[in-house]
Design a protein around this ligand. Structure first.
Ligand code: ADP
Ligand code: MG
Length: 531
């Protein structure tokens, strides 16, 4: 079918590309996306400066951040951006690698398409190869034997991320934060990151509790409470009257007066009940009425209102207090506790520290730094580190970084290819080749000669040194486990899985229909736009 025949049945404002053209376009778009992030890979990768339409500037080395900010429109390119997002969601690190591998898988598929190998054969080959890759990955991964490994994992994740000078200190904070929670159900949201402008990155710290970007409801309340009993509630401590839907009919000023009085009485009762629990600090997810604030202040209680739900949950995990939804549940049994609750003003922002919690299951990392650009980039680095350390604890297995693991998988897939008959073998070989793009790019970005490096790496792996990788801190090829360049197995599993899935998905497409919206009557072909 040609484009001409389709003109009979599809409207003018839908553009259509089919067959080889559609594939070529999609592969081109995917390659462009991979090329964009390529130079940021690894410790010697460069940063990108992105300026949005309102003039906001972001300086980053983080693959997913770059792609998210770029507002990419091409459908196949968007699928590539989605791999980065999945990777970020599942592990929090490895986004650039995942996108690079996907781009390479498609680029290599193109050479096979040019040789008239049918996409379904390539897809079959890629499917077998990716399954094999995951098996090999498990085989060559090793268990974590000592805790010191965790710090190395965090250091590896943060290399080249703007956190450079403070990697050591930040890695310690990360490992301490994760160890504090040390629970199999640990989630990165249990570790709150709060950015505070001012001072320098070395002043960043771990708080065994929660830091809230809030101030107390009323200045008359105490700003510091030691050995605090803490109450967490998610219902409002307010008059229901004017805001609620219920209608009341009052016919005289006296009636209104008595209505208000009775509401006030009810509120007072709740407040007295709260005071009766022995709580000295109240965190409320909703509002707190002025009258209630007055009573709290008078009773020497510190109260904060409109605390986000996520923070309420963290407060509960940190202080072991229970969040209650009804006043019937008020009692001294549900209170949480902390060594100290204190409001501190730091460079124009008020923060409430809830710290010194006993055995907290949620903690906070305070990042300090001079500018918001620094803070944001350090935050991204810390998130990568946290993601990797958490995933290492969960799976308990690690692999050698610096390209070592990719070279080894590639090598073994190549020998696996030899066992497969027919043209699928060619696709499996291309899959193996695609994995080599990681060490190759690491070398290239560091200004080393990729051909020399690849030859040497392959030679060593052939001779059985399966953990040898590139150490870009000294430019040598050495055992990556020994040089401390270590990654959790999950980063690689996820990258291989999502990269091959998206590559196969894009290869399956041979018809692209794009609606250009109503009434434009304009039918640009994708080809002219992107080729
Ligand atoms: P990603 O978004 O894929 O995580 P990064 O820019 O974080 O991209 O780079 C990760 C790659 O850098 C991994 O392959 C990792 O093994 C490698 N790497 C980290 N530290 C070093 C190092 N010191 N020497 C060589 N490679 C390193
Ligand atoms: Mg990384």
């Amino acid at each position: 079918m040609t484009e001409k025949t389709s003109d009979y049945i599809i409207p003018d404002n839908v553009s259509r590309t089919i067959g080889r053209d559609a594939q070529r376009n999609n592969i081109m778009a995917a390659k462009i996306v991979a090329d964009i992030v390529k130079t940021t890979l690894g410790p010697k990768g460069m940063d990108k400066m992105l300026v949005d339409s309102t003039g906001n500037v972001i300086v980053t080395n983080d693959g997913v951040t770059i792609l998210e900010e770029m507002e990419i429109e091409h459908p196949a390119a968007k699928m590539m951006v989605d791999i980065a997002k999945t990777q970020e969601l599942e592990v929090g690190d490895g986004t650039t690698s995942a996108v690079l591998i996907a781009g390479k898988l498609l680029e290599n598929a193109e050479t096979l398409l040019d040789k008239k190998i049918h996409p379904t054969i390539i897809i079959k080959g890629y499917e077998k190869a990716s399954k094999k890759a995951l098996e090999i990955l498990s085989e060559i991964s090793i268990p974590i034997k000592e805790r010191s490994i965790l710090k190395k994992i965090a250091m590896t994740a943060m290399t080249g991320k703007g956190a450079e000078g403070n990697r050591e200190k930040l890695s310690e904070i990360i490992v301490e934060a994760v160890s504090q929670i040390s629970d199999n159900t640990i989630n990165s949201s249990d570790i709150k990151i709060e950015k505070v402008k001012g001072n320098s990155v070395v002043d960043s710290e771990l708080i065994k509790g929660i830091v809230l970007d809030k101030e107390r409801a009323n200045q008359e309340m105490p700003s510091r409470i030691e050995k605090a009993k803490i109450l967490l509630i998610d219902f409002p401590i307010e008059f229901k009257g004017p805001e609620s839907e219920t209608r009341i009919s009052v016919s005289s000023p006296e009636q209104l007066q008595s209505f208000i009085k009775s509401e006030e009485m009810q509120l007072k009762m709740i407040v007295e009940k709260i005071i009766g629990t022995g709580a000295r600090v109240v965190f409320c997810q909703k509002g707190i009425d002025d009258v209630a604030q007055y009573y709290f202040a008078k009773a020497g209680i510190m109260a904060c209102r409109r605390i986000p739900k996520s923070d309420m949950e963290r407060l509960s995990k940190a202080t072991s207090g229970k969040i209650i939804s009804s006043q019937e549940d008020l009692s001294d049994k549900i209170l949480g506790s902390a060594e100290l609750v204190e409001e501190i003003k730091e460079n124009d922002t008020n923060l409430i520290y809830v710290k010194g919690c006993v055995n907290p299951k949620a903690v906070s990392i305070i990042i300090r730094g001079g500018t918001s650009h620094v803070l944001d980039e350090i935050e991204r680095a810390i998130k990568d580190g946290l993601g990797d350390v958490i995933s290492a604890i969960k799976s308990g297995r690690i692999v050698a970084g610096g390209g070592a693991v990719e070279i080894e998988i590639s090598r073994r897939i190549r020998s696996f290819a030899k066992t497969i008959e027919g043209r699928e073998q060619l696709a499996i070989e291309q899959f193996a080749l695609a994995l080599e793009s990681i060490p190759e790019t690491l070398a290239e970005n560091a200004g080393l000669d990729p051909i020399d490096i690849m030859t040497e790496l392959k030679k060593r792996h052939e001779s059985g040194l399966i953990n040898d990788g590139l150490n870009l801190l000294n430019g040598q090829i050495e055992d990556s486990f020994l040089s401390g360049i270590i990654e959790p197995i999950k980063v690689k599993q996820q990258a291989i899985t999502s990269a091959s899935e998206v590559a196969m998905m894009i290869l399956r497409i041979d018809d692209v229909l794009i609606s250009k919206g109503k009434g434009q009557g304009f039918n640009p072909s994708l080809g002219s736009e992107y080729e």
